[in-house]
Design a protein around this ligand. Structure first.
Ligand SMILES: [Zn+2]
Length: 496
């Protein structure tokens, strides 16, 4: 391969759970992204990128197919069979296509994500390295221990020390009764960026002389947070104890504590999360170094973004369940590096992921397919012009498991954001809404009362209504039907 033969290649890296405000190139003070920060010097960094849905399964239809997550109704989770996507579109034009996704179960062929990829590896068969574990206790021991615990908990509650007892019992379970921990790599639940980048590099060696589209999805910033020892050391100058990392992760997912009880561990947990980002940074550097060595880098448009952010007790929440569309969940990084085009200052107008695929295609000198509902903002980026578009985000409130049909039928949560304001609506039997001035209140703590900045509220309300009426009138029944058929087929094939 040489550069002239691959003038139009595209690399898309999506990082699960990566908040914009934890990236150096978006202003974070901790050195999570030293390589990406240097790359930002020759890239377009879009300051206000907003996902079209969250979490993963409500976000990716916009990234890969420029389509709002609920536009095809509640039946379709992921991509519908036959739906046009970046990968399908580019493959039809002769691109070599490959995707390596770090075992996110929602980015699988079951949800249509292999569509358009010649090579698709989702690592769902990922097997953790064996831990140096102690033998598990016998079932009868575990049963008696549970019985004893219930009796002691009851007694502690009567003496008013139930909380102290809960903590002691938790410490006992994690530090004493659980299997002993090997190194931190043995605790990881997803292949890390090192594995994914290794596969990408191998694939690049086998790629033909055609231009290529390579998509990598990385899970190093996803919980449980188990960074590599190297990345933790690079970030903090210290080593991390795997026993302590396990304790912190087990503590962080407890369901028996009030939000305030988690504050004491927040700094340590964020440190683990940040080290995961640092790990990604170093392996992206490795990929870019490889592309440079192979004389491919200057023919590649390189894009890095995230499917959603992560909560660290903002509004009392952890992780990224679809319970809120606050900024820590919807504001993600976006870096676009285009060969031989120098860095430009980019407007801080909201850039919805809906516009990402059309923009990328225009960068590649291609006309986006008509079914993509976003628009290309490439001209605005190049000419340093602002755009006057709202960013809409939607999801189904509380839908943490889209495999359950009833979960998908819940309340629609919708937000509309312009340069300064954000309207968040819950559309259940009675619509409720909150309206924020993000300049005066970036943490979204103080919803404005009705009547305050009312013209702006009305403008965003109209945008929300337009979006909803468009969705109602444009549901593509053919794609929905194909999706239903796929689901029935999967059930038939997996039935005992
Ligand atoms: Zn995700």
């Amino acid at each position: 391969m040489n550069e002239t033969q691959l003038q139009k290649s595209l690399i898309l890296i999506t990082v699960d759970c990566l908040r914009a405000d934890h990236c150096g190139f978006h202003g974070y003070s901790r050195p999570t992204t030293p390589f990406l920060d240097s790359l930002a010097e020759e890239s377009f960094v879009v300051p206000t990128t907003v996902v079209a849905g969250a979490p993963t399964f409500f976000s990716f239809p916009s990234i890969l197919a420029s389509r709002m997550p609920l536009a095809l109704g509640r039946d379709v989770i992921g991509l519908a069979p036959g739906e046009n996507t970046l990968a399908l579109f580019l493959r039809d034009l002769g691109y070599a296509t490959a995707a390596f996704s770090a075992a996110n179960p929602y980015l699988s062929p079951h949800f249509g994500y292999d569509s358009g990829f010649d090579t698709f590896k989702d690592f769902l068969d990922f097997v953790k390295p064996p831990a140096q574990s102690a033998p598990a206790p016998s079932p009868s021991f575990a049963k008696n221990r549970g019985k004893l615990n219930r009796s002691l908990r009851g007694a502690a509650g009567r003496f008013g020390i139930g909380k102290v007892y809960d903590e002691l019992y938790f410490q006992y379970c994690v530090r004493i009764a659980s299997p002993s921990v090997g190194n931190i790599d043995s605790l990881r639940e997803f292949p890390n960026a090192e594995v994914i980048v290794d596969h990408a590099i191998s694939w690049l060696a086998s790629a033909t002389k055609r231009p290529f589209f390579l998509w990598l999805h990385l899970m190093d910033a996803h919980s449980p947070y188990y960074p590599s020892q190297q990345a933790f050391r690079d970030l903090t100058g210290r080593t991390v104890s795997s026993t302590n990392a396990r304790y912190l992760n087990e503590f962080w997912k407890r369901s028996d504590l009030a939000p305030g009880d988690f504050e004491q561990k927040k700094t340590a947990i964020v440190e683990l999360y940040d080290a995961g980002i640092r790990s990604i940074d170093s392996h992206v550097e490795r990929l870019v170094t490889h592309l440079k060595q192979k004389n491919l880098w200057n023919s590649c448009t390189f894009v890095l973004t995230a499917d959603h952010g992560e909560s660290f007790l903002e509004h009392g929440r952890r992780f990224h369940s679809p319970l809120s569309l606050s900024e820590e969940i919807v504001h993600v990084p976006l870096m676009i590096r285009v060969p031989s085009i120098a860095k430009r200052i980019v407007s801080d107008a909201p850039f919805s992921h809906l516009h990402l695929a059309p923009t990328l295609l225009e960068i590649l000198d291609l006309k986006p397919p008509e079914c993509f509902t976003g628009v290309s903002l490439w001209r605005h980026l190049q000419q340093q012009q602002p755009w006057d578009l709202n960013a809409i985000t939607e999801c189904v409130y509380g839908c943490t498991n889209p495999f359950r049909a009833q979960d998908r039928m819940g309340t629609r949560l919708l937000s509309v954001r312009d340069l300064r304001h954000k309207l968040v609506m819950r559309l259940d039997s009675g619509t409720s809404e909150e309206f924020f001035d993000l300049v005066a209140d970036p943490q979204e703590m103080f919803p404005l009362q009705h009547g305050v900045q009312n013209q702006d509220r009305k403008k965003l309300s109209r945008a929300a209504l337009d979006h909803l009426s468009q969705t109602a009138s444009s549901e593509n029944l053919s794609l929905r039907l194909k999706d239903r058929l796929r689901e029935i087929l999967v059930k038939l094939n997996t039935a005992p």
